[in-house]
Write a protein that binds this ligand. Structure first.
Ligand code: HEC
Length: 474
């Protein structure tokens, strides 16, 4: 029976994870980790000056953060788990093994965080007057727990970029205290607190009226808040920059744009630097002359934040290529130490979900497609975003392409483009992949995802394997 199929060949696996994860990061930096202490500080300020109007403004800000974090924030958080285990189960499986206790702790912290935000939001109006102090205490606790979740996750992100001495002695402690963890945590902490300020300015635009004293006070308070955290962010960024391994910095030109915009990477870096400067200028302006602040300017910093953080995450994800876990695993989920074996014995022989183990005349195209799925589809599609057909056309012009040339490219792709892993199979498998790639411009159907054809328990009887494969066709 045929089911309707939702395959990923249009936008690819990278975009799937990228969109979900970046949306999550926007929310958790600006609306959770940074916003909890900002709103608590605002609540305290309103309490100190007995200012009810101000207290209402803080409450409305919390309302937005509460709704967004507990809906889109929570869904995208789970979405990262779902998409990464669909796209790269080997990588997420390895991370779970190394960081089991970290994630266990993080889960407890996260559940506490959700409970605290519920309490904080629902008791805001009830715990007023003499109970206000207790309510502010909940805000402080929420701030601490929000930051702790970041504290755990950043250890894992750092590990994926530079696993430090972990490959020599793979212990939990070595995994957590990797070289990139402290600088990245400093940077992200400063950035989240700054970002909350930028989001706060945006909300001020909606929740206050132009020309009112409340707006001027909010602009000044939030601008000063932003300026306080900029140095932490800048310090973290400089420290972070220094610990990024040199070979990763070499990936920067493509990471900042794409291959097409590689030559423009300096211009792009300047655009990012100027946008950071604009944020700083706006914050100074807001702190010094809040009454002269045009309403439209309140929106600008948050828009820039969206651009900057998007670039930052893309660069971080890109520069560690071709590895997904530095020193341990390539982006296509193949362990580095398994590599010599696969080269010698074959990728198909050791793959988990393939219908064939050896290549015959009948199944070679189907085998080529399986090899493409395993070795290339974490980063490429056949005809969508970053399509391999498009890439080959860029290199060799309009099809047909020369099979010998394409095959020899596969043998050296990791040298010419160091962000790609080396081809992980035998010479015969390389030929099969090259033949499959040559046929891409002619085949009309997009490549279906592993969720459709790839997921079958490999039959034990190899005779069944071969015939099953040829039946699949191309
Ligand atoms: C780790 C991710 C990754 C994997 C795995 C990967 N590639 Fe790539 N490849 C890239 C990126 C990124 C580019 C450049 C895309 C851009 O910026 O436009 C690229 C570019 C290419 C190009 C064009 C290179 C050039 O010099 O213009 C070809 C051809 C290519 N890949 C083929 C393959 C094949 C075939 C496989 C599987 C055997 C593969 N790639 C596996 C990430 C990857």
């Amino acid at each position: 029976m045929d089911f309707p199929v939702y395959h990923l060949d249009f936008f690819g696996n990278r975009v799937l994870i990228g969109v979900i994860a970046v949306l999550h990061v926007y929310i958790n930096h600006a609306l959770a980790v940074g916003a909890a202490p900002l709103i608590t500080a605002m609540e305290w300020w309103g309490w100190r000056w007995r200012d009810e109007e101000w207290d209402r403004l803080a409450y409305r800000m919390l309302f937005v953060c509460f709704v967004v974090t507990t809906t889109v924030g929570a869904l995208t958080g789970v979405g990262i788990w779902l998409s990464s285990s669909l796209v790269n189960p080997a990588a997420i499986g390895s991370l779970i093994r190394v960081f089991f206790w970290a994630w266990f702790f993080e889960w407890v912290v996260f559940v506490t965080e959700v409970s605290l935000i519920l309490i904080y939001f629902l008791t805001w109006k009830r715990w007023s007057g003499k109970h206000k102090k207790r309510h502010i205490g909940i805000g402080v606790a929420l701030s601490v727990f929000s930051w702790l979740t970041m504290g755990v996750i950043v250890a894992i992100l750092g590990f994926m970029m530079d696993s430090g001495s972990w490959p020599e002695k793979p212990t939990f402690v070595r995994g957590v205290f990797n070289p990139i963890y402290p600088p990245q945590l400093t940077f992200r902490t400063g950035y989240a607190l700054t970002a909350a300020g930028l989001f706060g300015l945006l909300l001020t635009f909606f929740f206050t009226r132009q020309g009112t004293a409340l707006r001027a006070r909010a602009i000044r308070f939030i601008s000063v808040w932003t300026l306080v955290w900029v140095p932490v962010c800048a310090l973290g960024a400089a420290w972070y920059w220094r610990v990024i391994p040199d070979h990763m910095l070499a990936n920067l030109p493509v990471a900042l744009g794409t291959q097409v915009l590689e030559g423009w990477h300096r211009t792009l870096a300047w655009i990012i630097a100027v946008s950071a400067a604009v944020v700083l200028i706006v914050a100074f302006w807001g702190a010094a002359l809040p009454r002269r602040f045009p309403a439209a300017v309140l929106v600008v910093p948050f828009v820039l934040y969206v651009g900057q953080l998007g670039c930052f995450e893309r660069v971080r994800e890109f520069i560690r290529k071709p590895e997904v876990i530095e020193g341990y695993m390539y982006s296509n989920g193949i362990r580095k130490d398994a590599f010599p074996l696969l080269r010698e014995r074959g990728l198909l022989t050791h793959a988990t979900y393939v219908p064939m183990r050896t290549i015959t005349d009948e199944n070679r195209l189907a085998a080529g497609r399986e090899i493409f799925r395993i070795a290339c589809t974490r980063c490429h599609t056949t005809r969508g975003v970053n399509s391999v057909a498009g890439k080959l056309q860029g290199l060799y012009g309009a099809p047909p392409w020369d099979p010998v040339v394409v095959k020899s490219y596969l043998g050296t792709m990791h040298n010419t483009r160091p962000y790609m892993p080396p081809f992980p199979g035998t010479d015969q498998e390389m030929t099969a992949l090259a033949e499959y790639l040559l046929l891409l411009p002619e085949s009309s159907a997009p490549l279906k995802g592993a969720q459709v054809v790839g997921v079958q328990v490999p039959p034990r009887n190899s005779a069944v394997n071969e015939s099953g494969a040829s039946a699949t066709g191309l």
